[in-house]
Design a protein around this ligand. Sequence first.
Ligand code: SF4
Length: 284
Amino acid sequence: MPQEIYSHDTIYIPPREEHGAPLEVALGCSWAECTFCDFARDDFCIHSDERIARNIEGLARLFPEADRVFLLGGNAFALSCDRLAHILRQVRAKMPGVRTFATYARADDVLSKSAEELDVLVSLGLQALHIGVESGSDSILAERKKGLTAQQMLEAFRMLDIAGIEYHITVILGLGGREYSRLHAIETARLLNRIRPASIWCLKLVLFEGTPLWRDWKAGQFEAMTPAEVLGELRLLLSNLTVRDCWFEDTTVLDQYTLQGRLPEQKNTLLEAIDRLLAGCADS
Ligand code: SF4
């Protein structure tokens, strides 16, 4: 990626957004407290108007055919509505083919905006947010310092439903450790069943060296799960899901497979595939 418009050689964009043009508007995460996260290596900063204008110029040259732009930053939706609206207008002026926008958000970035502000952003093309739910269990969320409760997330998703903004959810399997695996799966399914996610992307917990959770694990205060145990947790989560019109995937199954399908239509097929993999784990 050209240095002049991206701060790092590697950029993180959800797989479903890879067709979009990535526009860096911020760095780092405004929260940066989650004990498992190494996504927030950069201190949070919102780029200056001049830098964003330069990035848009560069983006227009790099992606002349783009019809969608993904705003980069750990949670670029932390920007104020006015700032976001200004950016969306600037992009549309320089890149007339762009029709829709998506970005990463925390649920409290949604809660900090009014219904009217969300409507303004929708009118400018905001179409989707990618939000890390991680867990539906309040105790796990608190323990991992997510800074949000399941109820707060529920309220944010209701606002998005009303505004007509699609949301894509990530869940971190194994986040409760071995001790709270069952609670994590059941409570997460309970939360997801009360919202209308366009997709659910499950990822196995990675213990990144230097993070607080990695230190807990090193100190014997966190019991990490084996890949097979995480697969069992995935099965429990999926078997409890009743979501509709939802794409479901796990790209980290046993560290080597991807499972994906539509819910509820392919739920049984997915469960059967998990059972075959679990049987293989038991045999080996
Ligand atoms: S909100 Fe997301 S990006 Fe920010 S610290 Fe937590 S997991 Fe990391």
